[in-house]
Design a protein around this ligand. Structure first.
Ligand code: AMP
Ligand code: GLY
Length: 426
């Protein structure tokens, strides 16, 4: 098959890697340096939908897989359908499950999908009144897409009102922050459950766990994700079955009843609270960096599954499975300054090829004058694979230890929660 991947991060490198493993001819727009070593890349940006369509037509691709949410929310799937070209990813009306948190929360309410109690506000004064009477902590979320920065856990009225002002009045997140969701604070371990959906049926990928905070022990600011591992000991088969029964089945019912033709990856960000699993968010795409941990464990042809989903006819839906023969741990190395303003074009040296049980996924790298340099906040991720979680973790850290760029930083505890769980149950 000829497959086009849209995007340029570590997730897209993992998608390209999984596709080339099954000998597909892969293209990527725009890609990055690491991706360019295994796929034909062209400098077309993910929101240049007409540009991507003409590239797909020129290369006669059989299937396009979209990495990031922005082109999906902007309607790339709708435009591909108009041209009769196959794409894996939901249409704009379905991608708003991620692109409009208020829409997602109301849908969850209608179909009794467990989630934090919430109220939606479009007027600053009303939100402000609500906060004045609120019991803290509370969580405030910009309703639209805010590149992962639109969520804040606030511990006092002052903190809350400052966030509200910057979001609703000062336009910190543009239009995306004019409407906000204020919700109850939940606590528990988080996990990501990703399924490949043909509209009616789902092929479940292994549960994974992201590490969103910058520093060890979940300290510091939120980031796009500093590492992930799969599978997740906290997500036992019973927990997973419950997530499917309480979240995915009602979601599929919602798709049917509301006429939502969802063909693409559906990502449920779940928090395991003492009163059961609850949805923190839905994303309309693969997770980053979860994909870099999950796909190396996938033993079947990803292109075939995505192709069938895009056609609306998945022949072998996979039930949710909580364990696997192997484990994967992905550790992300970030540039100095990330997740704030970060330095770019720092020279990268060391072992970037990986080995039998380590894969180096590039996220923000490029080639300038024959030298590999950083070009993003999250620069690369090393995935270690092993027969045990400890072995996978050791390999990931060994691999990342062989790579260097000035003031490179990464977390040292990716997978630690999983190991703690395994100790507790053994
Ligand atoms: P979201 O983009 O909605 O997943 O939020 C980003 C992160 O904020 C989540 O991964 C959680 O760590 C945290 N978060 C979001 N909603 C809540 C909530 N209701 N209670 C506690 N933490 C939350
Ligand atoms: N890893 C979180 C996300 O992809 O949104």
């Amino acid at each position: 098959m000829k497959v086009l991947v849209v995007g340029s991060g570590g997730r897209e490198h993992a998608l390209v890697w999984a596709l080339t493993r099954f000998k597909h001819k892969v293209f990527c727009v725009p890609g990055n340096f690491g991706i360019s070593r295994m796929a034909e890349c062209e400098d077309i940006y993910p929101l240049d939908i007409p540009g991507i369509i003409s590239f797909a037509q020129k290369k006669k691709v059989d299937l396009t897989i979209v990495g990031p949410e922005a082109p999906l929310v902007a309607g790339i799937a709708d435009e591909f359908e108009k041209k009769g070209i196959l794409l894996f990813g939901p249409k704009a009306s379905a991608a708003c499950l991620e692109g409009d948190k208020a829409f997602a929360k109301h849908l969850m309410e209608r179909y009794e999908i467990p989630t934090a109690r919430f109220t939606v506000f479009e007027e600053f004064e009303q939100a402000d009144d609500f906060l004045k009477k609120g019991k803290f902590p509370l969580v405030i979320k910009a309703s639209g897409l805010a590149a992962g920065k639109g969520v804040s856990v606030v511990n006092s009225y002052e903190e809350g009102v400052n966030f509200l002002k910057s979001s609703m009045k000062e336009g910190k997140f543009g239009e995306a922050g004019k409407k906000v969701v204020i919700e109850e604070f939940l606590s528990g371990e988080e996990c990501s459950i990703i399924g490949l959906c043909d509209g009616k049926k789902v092929y479940f990928l292994l549960p994974s766990q992201d590490h969103k905070r910058l520093l060890d022990d979940d300290k510091g600011p939120n980031t796009g994700g500093m590492g992930a591992y799969a599978p997740v000991p906290a997500v036992t088969q019973d927990v997973l079955n419950r997530i499917v029964a309480e979240v995915f089945q009602p979601l599929l019912t919602a798709f049917e009843k509301e006429g939502i033709d969802y063909r693409g990856a559906i990502y449920a960000g779940i928090i395991l609270t003492s009163s059961g699993p609850k949805v923190l968010e839905f994303n309309c795409r693969f997770g980053d960096p979860e994909t870099q941990a999950i796909l190396p464990l996938l033993e079947v042809d990803l292109a075939q599954i995505c192709f069938e989903c895009a056609l609306g006819n998945l022949s072998n839906p996979a039930p949710p499975v909580s364990t696997a023969k192997r484990w994967a741990v992905c550790v992300v190395a970030a540039a100095p300054g990330y997740p704030g303003d970060y330095q770019k074009e720092l020279p990268i040296s060391g072992e970037l090829i990986g080995g039998e049980n380590t894969i180096v996924f590039h996220a923000g790298t490029k080639l300038i004058d024959g030298k590999i340099v950083t070009s993003g906040g999250r620069v690369l991720g090393v995935t270690g694979l092993g027969e045990t979680l400890a072995e996978a973790q050791e390999r990931a850290y060994y691999g990342i230890g062989l790579i260097h760029f000035p003031n490179m930083h990464y977390r040292h505890d990716i997978g630690a929660k999983g190991l703690k769980h395994l100790k507790e149950i053994s």
